[in-house]
Design a protein around this ligand. Sequence first.
Ligand SMILES: [Zn+2]
Length: 216
Amino acid sequence: MNIVLFGPPGAGKGTQADSISKNFNLFKISTGDLLRQEIKKETNLGKKIKITIDKGSLVSDDIITDLVFKILNEKKNIGGLIFDGYPRNLNQAKDLDTLIKKENKNISCVLSLFVDKNTIIKRILGRVACSKCGLIFNKYFNPPSETKHNCGSKFLTLRSDDTEKTVKSRIEIYENETLPIIDYYKDQKILYKIDASREINKIYEEIRGILTSLET
Ligand SMILES: [Zn+2]
């Protein structure tokens, strides 16, 4: 089983990816991780990537495809994969199809987490952390009441450097780059939309149901 997972910032994509990977024994492929590993290995490609990233530019689709090709080869004998935050655009989605077909595999399903803008903004901007005990709260969804937290409010600081404007712009970038891919997978009839405004466990339960039905 090979899965693609999409989600805007604040949708809890990372948490879901980790749960799916652990419970369904899927190897997680995140292009962010692949890029960081290549840089760390100091290969020629890694050096090229570092220069690009340091300049603030985007790493080209060809480089990303090369890295994915390499990891697919290394993980040939692994039962299943989960792609986290990849593909990023239609070009990459088509490359992935080609690569995965070469391995005589296919994409079993594409999970697209969606959350409305206002919830995302509150989730990201509302996060506060206690510098004394390390607990994390959310001003809107999980306020640090006296029963939950007794260090006092003076230790609580906002977690995010974002403003409403920067969060909105991140959501827009996500939507612009992801919508064409979502349609591409919808046409292939492998797209599942998941309401990610619910609690983490509820979201995971729905995902588990979908993946379990695909396994049989
Ligand atoms: Zn505390």
